[in-house]
Design a protein around this ligand. Structure first.
Ligand code: FHN
Length: 449
């Protein structure tokens, strides 16, 4: 690629970088007004066991890991004010200098079994790891490129031991795969010439070849999480996404696919557009919110120390809010280059897990609770005839009125094991203690008519 073309591409990528999928959906929501996109886009709700499992999982962990963890958001002594995984574009790093990171990538402290045990302790039911992010570096030894783990001192496949460790802990496996590939010579963000079209066709075949490796050589994969659909080459040619989706499903019939495999024109199995934000009201489709623990950086960023980290309580409230709107919550971590996970992340995951160990039945396998007029900080989920009331803001009286419910019995889940609570008039929990039994949230499990 000539210097001018490279500069143009980097400038374009720079522009779309801040855009990203959130902006893609913003354009869309702009064109559709305030109505949530899925109210108007074509969508068919899946009613099969594989999709039901995805729904029941409710809580997942996303992992952004790659050579970008080496610079950790800094380049030539300067902090790059950009998401750490975008440093090649955000930091205007020459390709040769970025490629020189491969010989430094040697995760000697990578212990996939320990990772899987941490995710289990966190209460996560699925994990989505970046197999290849926009920089094109692959965490497995792909037959179709040398720009992968095989080209590092580590050499060994990073995905297989993690997938096996996750399954040993009963955690579903998901792979993230970037449509954008800043390294592959045939990738194009825009198609201007016949040569571009030919190159991009080769690149699409490359993606299919890699996807086949990922979907057929690593055991059962619950979900393939596509990303990077916003460039014109992809989003103005919806058939590409439709063909890619059909190819994925031909390889793995029960595979769950978010809508980022498509070109914004319709929802696949769920709406994956909620990035670092939740919907204002319950979408009509299945959906998932992916969330950083810090500001907008998904890969390891050395400067993220204290300010801006979401607390465990806030992360649990986001999880509750997702479940209370029948959606999934995917919280992200960015491991260091050596394979360690920073304490700010492990502490939050472990704290979430302690709460879920007691209250998880109010999250897993649930969907939005009955439409109640609930005070701020109080949410409802349901499973069958059981309604779970999640109290993040403790009432200042000893009563909690739940208008519209006909409660036949109620137990306090949180604290020291289920305890019966008094119900008045079929809609009021009374006898509340002066302060809540838990520093995160208190769950009441109700039987309702
Ligand atoms: O550009 C990526 C970004 O680096 C990160 O992977 C997020 C995660 O959802 N997705 C894109 C931005 O929408």
């Amino acid at each position: 690629m000539t210097k001018t073309a490279t500069l143009l591409f980097l400038l374009l990528s720079l522009f779309v970088a801040s855009a990203a999928d959130t902006n893609g959906q913003a354009d869309l929501s702009k064109s559709l007004g305030d109505a949530h996109r899925s109210d108007t886009r074509e969508y068919t709700r899946r009613a099969d066991a594989a999709m039901d499992q995805w729904r029941a999982d409710r809580f997942g962990i996303m992992i952004h890991w790659g050579v970008y963890a080496i610079p950790g958001g800094w380049w030539n002594g300067q902090e790059v004010k950009y998401a750490a995984e975008w440093i090649k574009v955000g930091g205007h790093v020459p390709a040769a200098d970025y490629d020189a990171l491969l010989p430094q990538f040697n995760p000697t402290n990578y212990h996939p079994q320990a990772w899987a045990k941490l995710f289990k302790a966190a209460g996560a039911k699925y994990v989505v790891i970046t197999t290849k992010h926009h920089d094109g570096f692959c965490l497995w030894d792909s037959k179709f490129t040398d720009y992968d783990i095989g080209g590092t001192p580590w050499k060994k496949d990073l995905l297989r031991p993690l997938a096996e460790a996750l399954r040993a802990e009963g955690i579903d496996v998901g792979f993230y795969y970037s449509i954008i590939d800043w390294h592959h010579p045939d990738f194009r963000a825009v198609l201007k010439t016949a040569a571009d079209e030919a190159a991009y066709a080769r690149y699409i075949q490359f993606m299919k070849d890699q996807i086949k490796e990922l979907l057929t050589e690593y055991g059962p994969i619950m979900t393939l999480w596509f990303d990077g659909r916003w460039d014109p080459a992809y989003k103005t040619n919806p058939q590409i996404g439709k063909d890619l989706e059909a190819y994925c499903r031909s390889l793995s019939p029960g595979l769950v696919l978010g809508d980022r495999v498509r070109a914004y024109d319709s929802v696949a199995d769920y709406d994956s557009g909620f990035e670092r934000r939740l919907p204002k009201r319950k979408p009509e489709t299945d959906w998932e919110a992916c969330m950083t623990m810090t500001e907008n950086s998904w890969g390891y960023h050395a400067s993220w120390t204290g300010a801006g980290w979401k607390t465990p309580r806030y992360l649990c409230e986001l999880l509750t809010r997702c479940s209370a709107m029948s959606g999934n919550f995917l919280v992200n971590i960015g491991p260091r280059a050596d394979g360690t996970i920073r304490p700010e992340e492990t502490q939050r995951l472990e704290h979430m897990g302690r709460w879920l160990a007691v209250n998880g039945e109010a999250i897993y396998g649930t969907e939005a609770g009955p439409a109640l007029e609930l005070p701020d900080g109080i949410y409802a989920t349901r499973r069958g005839n059981r309604v779970f009331i999640h109290v993040y803001r403790w009432p200042d009286t000893d009563k909690l009125k739940l208008k519209g419910l006909n409660i036949t019995s109620a137990t306090l889940l949180t604290g020291h094991g289920p305890q019966p609570v008094v119900v008045e008039n079929g809609d009021t929990i009374s006898g509340l203690a002066q302060s809540p039994p838990d520093d995160i949230a208190t769950i009441f499990a109700l039987k309702v008519k």
